[in-house]
Structure formats: structure tokens, C-alpha cells
Design a protein around this ligand. Structure first.
Ligand code: SF4
Ligand code: SF4
Length: 275
């Protein structure tokens, strides 16, 4: 291995990151070129995904209906910039990835037959599960054992070989069969209990079918995607995500030191055009 996990963990800590994981490039053998990091860095050996927790207080105002705060799904560019610089200082090429709405791409000209159109957009949630950080929940949001939905994600690719994590086993956090609090928690009925299958490396997982039109008019805490007006909104603070925070904390699946429960009264909510 070119860089030890101990060294990588030390670099992550120096940048104030709460989690870091490595996905093996093997998980990308069957990913289409349009979404594959190998289209960006053909000699990439490791896909690195990292996360920073979002304070629970960011969600409490929306939960009470008193104050709206945006909780960012993705980290700003700085940690990626500094992490890439650390890799380069140690002799290894590393490329930052800025996640933006997948629906925004492709919007350029294919320069050569057989090549993907710009821009190639690797799926950060897929990478995060392959890197062992957590799992894509039934609500379609990324869940970790430490923070549930409360983290922002970032990603870089590098030519350095680093010992990879095992992909996170689906179902360890999200009990799809018996929970569905997110489905019941959406006042607009935009998240269906009907499962849709998707592939995460060798695992076939299920997520709830979502009505994009209803979500794009969500009045229950979602924020528009600032990278593309027609893309699905940021749902981190929406009712479907807050129901998940409450159920994961109350069931003990997410261990916290908080002295009071997240949900302290019946959740408010409006049907899409009722507010
Ligand atoms: S974003 Fe809003 S409308 Fe969409 S599933 Fe979540 S709560 Fe429902
Ligand atoms: S609310 Fe329950 S079913 Fe929905 S994503 Fe969270 S843990 Fe999974």
C-alpha cells in the first residue's frame, strides 16, 4: 500500500473531518463511464469519501417550525483542496470532486466517439457506501451509524493505493421492512412505500419510489438545489429526513449524548399545496 490507513486518518483529523473511508476501485468496474471516477482519473486506485457531522441544532428549528436553516448535503471545496494538497505534497496525484445535481449533466459536447459527455458525475452516496461509511436509506438519504442523516459528504480520487474499507452492509441501520417512518413522515405522500431497486457494488438495495414533482414543491423543510433549479431539492431537513432522525435516535440505532429527544411533540406538516 502507498499510504497507510493510520496516515490517512491522521490527515483527516488535521482537517477536522469526522469520518473518512476508502472505496476500492473494484466497486466501479460495472459503473457506466458517465458516472465513473475512472473517466476522470483513469489510473485512480482509491476513491476517498469523508464526512463532517452537521449539528443537531440545525434541524431543531425546522422541527419546531420556528427557524429555517439549510443543512448542506455536501462539504464546501476547502477540505477537498487541502486533502489533495496533502496527497500531492506526499507525491501522489489526487483529484477533488464537486458533487452537483446529476440532472445537470451532461451539458457539453462529446469530444471523441466512445467517451462520456462532460461532465462526468460520480455518485457520492454510492461511493460513501462502497467506502464503508454508512448506507443509502429507504428515504434515499445517506445514513451513518454515528450521525444518521446529519452529515455533509465530500470525495476525492487518488492514484495512491490505500487499503479499502469493506462496503457497508445494507440494512444495518435502515430496517426497511419494519420502519418506514420516513414514508409516514412525508405529509405530501411523496415517498412511496413501494420499493425501487438499485445497485451498490455487489448489493441490491431498495429505496422508496419518490414523486419528484411533489418534492420540488415541498413545504415541509426541503431546500431547492442551488446547482440546478429543476433538480430534486436538498431533503436533509425535510419532514422525511427529520422523521428518520427521530426514529433512529428513539430506537437507539444512533447513539447520542443528547439529554433531550429530537422530537418533542407531534410533527407539523402540510400537504403540498395546503400551506
Ligand atoms: S422532500 Fe418533502 S415532499 Fe419530498 S419526501 Fe421529503 S417531506 Fe416529502
Ligand atoms: S425512517 Fe426508517 S425506513 Fe426510512 S430511511 Fe430512516 S431508518 Fe430507513
Amino acid at each position: 500500500m502507498d499510504i497507510t490507513r493510520e496516515t490517512l486518518d491522521k490527515w483527516a483529523k488535521s482537517l477536522g473531518l469526522d469520518m473518512i473511508g476508502v472505496a476500492s476501485i473494484d466497486g466501479y468496474r460495472h459503473v457506466a463511464p458517465q458516472w465513473n471516477p475512472l473517466s476522470i482519473l483513469p489510473k485512480a486506485k482509491s476513491i476517498i469519501v469523508y464526512a463532517k457531522s452537521i449539528p443537531r441544532s440545525y434541524f431543531r428549528g425546522i422541527e419546531e417550525g420556528t427557524m429555517w436553516m439549510r443543512a448542506n448535503r455536501y462539504l464546501p471545496p476547502q477540505p477537498a483542496y487541502y486533502l489533495c494538497r496533502i496527497f500531492e505534497d506526499n507525491g501522489w496525484l489526487a483529484v477533488p470532486c464537486s458533487p452537483m445535481a446529476a440532472e445537470r449533466w451532461p451539458d457539453g459536447v462529446v469530444f471523441k466517439e466512445g467517451k462520456p459527455a462532460p461532465n462526468v458525475t460520480p455518485d457520492i452516496q454510492l461511493a460513501a457506501q462502497l467506502a464503508g461509511l454508512g448506507e443509502i436509506g429507504f428515504n434515499g438519504l445517506f445514513l451513518t451509524p454515528q450521525f444518521g442523516v446529519r452529515q455533509s459528504l465530500g470525495m476525492i480520487f487518488t492514484e495512491a493505493e490505500i487499503e479499502p474499507n469493506q462496503p457497508f452492509p445494507s440494512g444495518q441501520i435502515c430496517d426497511r421492512e419494519n420502519c418506514k417512518a420516513c414514508v409516514q413522515g412525508c405529509p405530501a405522500g411523496a415517498l412511496a412505500a413501494k420499493p425501487v431497486e438499485r445497485q451498490v457494488g455487489d448489493q441490491t438495495i431498495t429505496v422508496g419510489e419518490i414523486c419528484r414533482e411533489k418534492c420540488s414543491f415541498c413545504v415541509n423543510g426541503a431546500f431547492p438545489d442551488t446547482s440546478l433549479a429543476t433538480a430534486p431539492p436538498n431533503r436533509l431537513t425535510a419532514a422525511c429526513a427529520r422523521a428518520c432522525i427521530a426514529c433512529l435516535e428513539d430506537s437507539g440505532k444512533i447513539q447520542t449524548n443528547y439529554k433531550s429527544p429530537f422530537r418533542r411533540r407531534e410533527a407539523w406538516g402540510f400537504a403540498t399545496f395546503e400551506a
